[in-house]
Structures are given as structure tokens and as C-alpha cells.
Design a protein around this ligand. Structure first.
Ligand SMILES: CC(C)(COP(=O)(O)OP(=O)(O)OC[C@H]1O[C@@H](n2cnc3c(N)ncnc32)[C@H](O)[C@@H]1OP(=O)(O)O)[C@@H](O)C(=O)NCCC(=O)NCCS
Length: 418
């Protein structure tokens, strides 16, 4: 079946998380993604292993629907295979540390010369320019430097990282958008271009509303915050405040476990119905909460009343009774709640896959649903599983040619003798 990105071939040199999540998404949109690995493989294959000698979940969950070829780029014959593949691909993706590809002799300029139509997509911690350009980065480094950590958590505690992988996967999403735009541009002009996303920039983009608040602070305190903001320069950590124009918070439910909370947004239009449900007519007519500005001022008392009410219900009961009166809310769902949730399973956001080394495992599904381009999720490739297939079908090499390349060390771990 024809898929949205059918006919697009991607040479995917990415490793760890930021790049692989991006190329996995493109594979799920229908591109032929060739994972180009060193003979030792993407380092995550062996990280956080839960099954001895099997590819880790870290790897299998980020590399579905790809083919794997292993080539030693530190070997001159291996470099020839890389050059041949560059000529046959529409996109090359990488997220190596600063300067790695230049040291291997493959700067953007060199790659562009080899194939002027190829799009090169690159992730770096801080981009290719500016004082931080030479620094490596991981997820939490990007969260620390992009504004996320300083605005997450409570003011009387340390800055916190968020569980969502906004530095890695978030950057991968930005990169995928850049690649799709560059493909469209190439469709019109025939020209390839360099697409770069810095992890710090991606996190800043995702923290956009925190910079809204940063500038509002110069005009006075932020009355929607549940913490004092008078005279503050940095956007403060605001706990579970909604961060928008409406008041919101996590409300504790019974039986009081770590995830027994429901997040409630006290939207202006639902206040009367909500107040009536939790405190009858007396609360619905209480002047302290009559308008949003009153509720902002008296929000501690409002949350106390909501918590008191919720203590008699589970988070699921709260979800049901609040939705009955159209109050936007969400029970805090743990990972175990999620993998077993009927709605999640129905939407194929958790799918079961089979792997020759590890057996059955669960993968998070594809969040973007295209009505005319569904791609079944397939297991990640074994290391070098498709090396011969790619050499034959993509490069058209004969058995003899493949044997010669092998002899020259193109696919082995060893470096050529100096
Ligand atoms: C993630 C990161 C910190 C990991 O650092 P690292 O493990 O030291 O890996 P690097 O990317 O710096 O280097 C990879 C090495 O593998 C080598 N390599 C990669 N592919 C190869 C191949 N096919 N054949 C031979 N060698 C290969 C490179 O030449 C390089 O070796 P060198 O150090 O001798 O130059 C770094 O890659 C980085 O900062 N990436 C950009 C930001 C990013 O994406 N971070 C998020 C990761 S989730």
C-alpha cells in the first residue's frame, strides 16, 4: 500500500534517543529508514538490558520499522559504502557529538557535494554556532539549559526534570518537521539543504509560555500563580498550577496512593456547576469565589474545599462525576494504568510486538493517525540484520563485490593498520 512517505529513503546514522525517535516516526509515516550503525551497534542496544544478550527495550522501543546495516566508517572501504549510500538516499540523519562527522571527513559541505539533492538533518545539544556549540548534551542537560528545569517543581524544592523526554524526543519531533519541510522544498527546487535542531532550542520552544510569564513579570505579579511572584525576575516553579488563564491543580483522592490524584481545571464556565456539586447552593453563591479574580485571590481555600470533597472518591470516580458536569479533568495515570487502559489499547497507543531475541514486548504506538497511510508497527532490526540485503538491493552490489568489501574490512570492528 502507498504510504505518506513511500519512496523516501533515509540514511539514519542517529543513536541513543533524540535522533532514533525522529527516524522511527518517519518510518511510521512510510519512509524506508536504513539504520546505519558502527559494527559495535547503537550503544543503546546494550544499555539497561532486561533480557541477557537481547537488544534492550531502550533500543527496541525507538527503532521499529527500520532496517539495520553495519559499516565501519573508520575504514576507507567502509567510507566508500557510505558514499554510495549517500547517493541513493533522500535524507541523511545524525546526532553525533560536535565535530564527529567532520573528523570522519563528512561535513555538510562534503555530503552536499556528493549528493546535492540530499537533505542532511542534524541534532546537536546547542547547534553548530555560538559559545556552547562544542558541548555534548543529554536529555537532562537540555532540560536544564532550555528553561524547563527552573520552571518545574515547587519553589521550596530543587529544580526538577520532567518525565516527558522533551530534550530528546521533543527535539526529534522538531527535526522531523524540519525534514518534511525540506523535502517539500526539494520537491519544488530539486535542492537539498541542511536542517539543524539544537536540543536547547527545542526545549525553549516547548517552554514558550514560560517566557510569556517572564515578560509579564516585568509589569507586576502573576495573580494566577499559587506562589507569590512579587518582585521575582525568573518565571517561578509553579508546582501543579495550570499555567494558563484558568485555575488548575492536582487534587488528592482516596485511597491516597502516590498517583491517587485527579487534575482539575476550574474553567470559568463550569464554576457554578462545580461549586454546586461540591458545596451546594451555599458555595455556588459564595462571594469569595464568585468571579475568576475572586477565585484566584482565594484559591488556597478553593483547593482545600476541592481536596476535602475528593477525599471521599477515587480518581476514577472523580473523573466520572466531574465529566458529568463538563469539568475538564484527568486522573493521574501511572504507567501501569496506561498500558492496561481500554482507551489506550483501542487507539493502539500500546502495541504488542514479538522479537526473536526477547520474545513479546510492548511498544508505545504511533500518535499521529493518517486516514490513508497506516503503517503497521514492526519490531526493531537486529544488529546488521539487513546489511547484505541493502548492499544488494539498494546499491546493486554483486556477491563478489560484497565479498571484496568484507575482505577490505568495511563491516568489521577493526580499524585498518596505520
Ligand atoms: C549523545 C552524545 C553525548 C554521545 O557521545 P559519545 O558517546 O561520546 O558519541 P559521539 O557521538 O561523540 O561519538 C561517536 C563515535 O562513534 C564513531 N562512529 C559513529 N558511527 C561510526 C561508524 N559507522 N563506524 C565507525 N565509527 C563510528 C564516531 O566516529 C565517534 O568516534 P570519535 O569519538 O572517535 O570521533 C553525543 O553524541 C552528542 O552530544 N550528540 C548530540 C546531542 C544528542 O543527540 N544528545 C542526545 C542523545 S539522546
Amino acid at each position: 500500500m502507498d504510504k505518506a512517505l513511500s519512496g523516501i529513503r533515509i540514511l539514519d546514522m542517529t543513536h541513543v534517543q533524540a535522533g532514533p525517535t525522529s527516524s522511527q516516526l518517519l518510518a511510521w509515516l512510510g519512509a524506508d529508514v536504513i539504520k546505519f550503525e558502527p559494527p559495535t551497534g547503537d550503544v543503546t542496544r546494550g544499555q539497561l538490558r532486561d533480557v541477557p544478550n537481547a537488544d534492550s527495550l531502550y533500543f527496541t522501543m525507538l527503532n521499529c520499522n527500520k532496517r539495520s546495516i553495519t559499516v565501519n566508517l573508520k575504514n576507507p572501504v567502509g567510507k566508500q559504502v557510505f558514499v554510495a549510500l549517500l547517493k541513493k538516499c533522500d535524507v541523511v540523519m545524525e546526532n553525533f557529538g560536535p565535530g564527529v562527522l567532520d573528523r570522519l571527513g563528512f561535513s555538510w559541505e562534503a555530503i552536499h557535494q556528493i549528493n546535492p539533492a540530499i537533505i542532511m538533518a542534524s541534532i546537536k545539544g546547542f547547534g553548530s554556532s555560538g559559545p556552547y556549540a562544542d558541548f555534548k548534551a543529554y536529555e537532562n542537560v537540555a532540560q536544564a539549559m532550555g528553561g524547563s528545569m527552573s520552571t518545574t517543581g515547587f519553589m521550596d524544592g530543587p529544580p526538577l526534570v520532567t518525565g516527558a523526554q522533551i530534550g530528546d524526543t521533543g527535539t526529534g519531533l522538531h527535526l522531523a518537521i524540519g525534514i518534511l519541510a525540506a523535502l517539500q522544498h526539494r520537491h519544488r527546487t530539486g535542492k537539498g539543504q541542511f536542517v539543524e535542531v539544537a536540543m536547547m532550542d527545542g526545549v525553549m520552544n516547548l517552554c514558550r509560555v514560560k517566557f510569556r510569564d517572564h515578560q509579564r513579570l516585568t509589569r507586576g505579579p502573576l495573580t494566577e500563580f499559587s506562589v507569590p511572584t512579587e518582585g521575582v525576575k525568573d518565571t517561578p516553579r509553579s508546582g501543579n498550577d495550570s499555567g494558563g488563564g484558568q485555575l488548575g491543580n492536582a487534587v488528592k483522592c482516596k485511597p491516597g496512593g502516590p498517583n491517587d490524584y485527579v487534575y482539575v481545571v476550574v474553567q470559568e464556565v463550569v464554576w457554578a456547576a462545580l461549586a454546586r456539586r461540591i458545596g451546594g447552593e451555599a458555595l455556588a453563591n459564595d462571594e469569595r469565589f464568585a468571579m475568576i479574580q475572586n477565585r484566584r485571590k482565594n484559591q488556597q481555600e478553593m483547593w482545600r474545599l476541592l481536596n476535602e470533597f475528593a477525599s471521599g472518591y477515587t480518581k476514577w470516580e472523580m473523573m466520572a462525576l466531574l465529566n458529568e458536569i463538563d469539568v475538564p479533568c484527568g486522573p493521574i495515570m501511572g504507567t501501569d494504568d496506561l498500558v492496561n487502559d481500554e482507551h489506550v489499547r483501542l487507539r493502539e497507543m500500546v502495541v504488542e510486538l514479538d522479537h526473536p531475541e526477547r520474545g513479546k514486548w510492548l511498544n508505545v504506538g504511533m500518535p499521529i493517525k493518517l486516514s490513508d497511510s497506516t503503517v503497521p508497527i514492526e519490531r526493531s532490526p537486529l544488529l546488521g540484520e539487513h546489511t547484505e540485503e541493502i548492499l544488494r538491493t539498494v546499491l546493486g552490489y554483486s556477491e563478489v563485490q560484497v565479498a571484496t568489501l568484507k575482505q577490505g574490512g568495511a563491516f568489521s570492528k577493526e580499524r585498518p593498520k596505520p
